[in-house]
Ligand binder design. Structure first.
Ligand SMILES: *Cc1c(COP(=O)(O)O)cnc(C)c1O
Length: 462
């Protein structure tokens, strides 16, 4: 560490920031290029494929159309692109100091989505969703939030369009991350710890398990119920999983393609962490487009926590997106909608299911899933922070762990591999997690296959 030498310098461009004119003008829709047919969402009552109109109580038509669209490019409305200009294009950074610390011949690049006003990639879709709701005259939006990042992003976006935002926040995060709650309240949102007694589903869950730490599945049930029983005044908004959310996030990968061309490199591997799949989809799908249409090969690695191993341990089948079973049935990798993951600090990765798009692409072999324990991720996060100067979100540290492992593998083989990962957010509101790690108090909560078998027992047989 204390070598007495000054660091090596270079005149290469390590920080590529495109001008605002290069913010993408359209979102890229992978549904136009899917290598296998996408299984449709089903009505749990009839078992029949859901029609677009069936989603109308929950979402505005603009978003429902995107959910089903097979158009390859969907124009970004001027009002949305105008707001994107507050922080987009985000920088593409080559992590040269990290490369040197690892003594690897690999080049490591990351797309820095932590520079958004919300501190994560989630504002990319929050702004789009608030816009389509506002355009159809909706006055308020209900939603759930895990670690609080989605709630913060929607609170900011809702406030920009002067709409009320009603957030159900997973109880354990509400207690662990009081400042995230303050951010949402600063932007005028209402925040309720979930499960709560404000909804029938919350009351039912509390009656069954009064001490529950909450889960994303439970909070989704409450937020969906609020919209479904509002008589059309309130719509529901989801920060990940759905096709239209994957779509909105593709600004990340399109900019990354553009910026990498600027430095004349192309990634051999693209990495992202996965909770519901949106930041990974955002960076990876524009590269998959080139693979599918031009044969340009890039490995895609999706990283999840080993205590919530949806893609690496779960089966691929039809399940509910929430605990109470209020959502349609969607075909995805799932640990069962009753599964309550361990209270790890990467709260944004504690979801029992996965985006149907990402699930189908894992099933078809286009995406490699991988799982890590939280201690090895925090170790990677600290190494990254001490070389690149950014404290990453605990979620993003999963992608960093994988990028470091890819770079170390390249060191073994001497390969000049090009690695790209998405820094989905910063960790400035996650310092309690870093406190626990630095004090050696972070446990690697195991995953119990028995519990998964139990929660899979309540998954409907399709
Ligand atoms: C929400 C969140 C995630 C996980 O959600 P995805 O939809 O899988 O992207 C990852 N990183 C950060 C910083 C988040 O806020």
């Amino acid at each position: 560490m204390f070598t007495g030498n000054l660091p090596t310098t270079s005149s290469e461009n390590y920080r590529i920031v495109l001008p605002q004119s290069r913010i993408p003008t359209a979102w890229y829709n992978i549904l136009a290029d899917m290598p296998t047919a996408m299984p449709l969402a089903l009505n749990p009552g009839t078992g029949q494929p859901l029609q677009p109109a069936d989603w109308a109580p929950l979402f505005p038509m603009g978003l429902i159309e995107q959910e089903y669209s097979k158009e390859r490019y969907i124009q970004i409305p001027d009002e949305v692109r105008d707001i994107y200009r507050l922080w987009r294009p985000t920088p593409l950074i080559r992590a040269v100091r990290l490369e040197r610390a690892l003594d690897t011949p690999a080049h490591i690049y990351y797309k820095n989505e932590s520079v958004s006003p919300a501190g994560s990639h989630k504002l990319n879709t929050a702004v789009a969703q608030a816009y389509y709701n506002k355009k159809e005259g909706i006055q308020s939006i209900s939603t759930e939030t895990g670690a609080g990042q989605w709630g913060c992003a929607l609170a900011i976006a809702g406030d920009m369009f002067k709409m009320a935002v009603d957030v159900y926040m997973v109880k354990v995060s509400y207690q662990q991350k009081p400042y995230r709650r303050s951010i949402m309240q600063a932007y005028g949102a209402t925040v309720t710890p979930s499960p709560s007694d404000r909804t029938a589903s919350g009351r039912a869950i509390l009656a069954r398990d009064p001490e529950t730490s909450g889960s994303l599945g439970m909070a989704i049930s409450e937020a969906v119920e609020v919209a479904a029983t509002s008589g059309g005044k309130t719509k529901y908004s989801l920060g990940s999983v759905l096709n239209h959310v994957m779509l909105h996030q593709t600004v990340i990968g399109q900019e990354a393609l553009d910026a990498m061309a600027e430095v004349g490199e192309y990634p051999d591997v693209v990495i992202g962490c996965v909770g519901g799949g949106s930041n990974f989809a955002g960076i990876a799908l524009p590269f998959l487009h080139r693979t599918l249409t031009e044969g340009v090969k890039t490995r895609l690695v999706a990283v999840e926590p080993s205590s919530c191993p949806t893609l690496t341990k779960g089966p691929y089948l039809y399940d509910f997106g929430d605990t109470a079973g209020l959502t349609p049935l969607i075909k995805m990798y799932t640990l069962g909608h009753d599964f309550v993951p361990a209270s790890i600090h990467a709260g944004g990765l504690r979801y029992h299911g996965m985006s149907p798009i990402i699930s189908a692409l894992v099933n078809s072999g286009h995406i490699e899933p991988r799982a890590y324990g939280q201690n090895q991720c925090f170790e990677a996060a600290i190494l990254f922070a001490r070389n690149e100067g950014i404290i990453p979100a605990p979620e993003s540290s999963h992608a960093i762990r994988a990028a470091i492992d890819e770079a170390l593998a390249a060191k073994e083989t001497g390969e000049k591999k090009v690695i790209l990962f998405n820094l989905s957010g910063h960790g400035h509101f996650d310092m309690a997690a870093y406190d626990a790690y630095l004090a050696g108090k972070l446990t690697d909560n195991g995953f119990s296959p028995e519990e998964m078998v139990k929660s899979l027992a309540t998954v409907p047989q399709i």
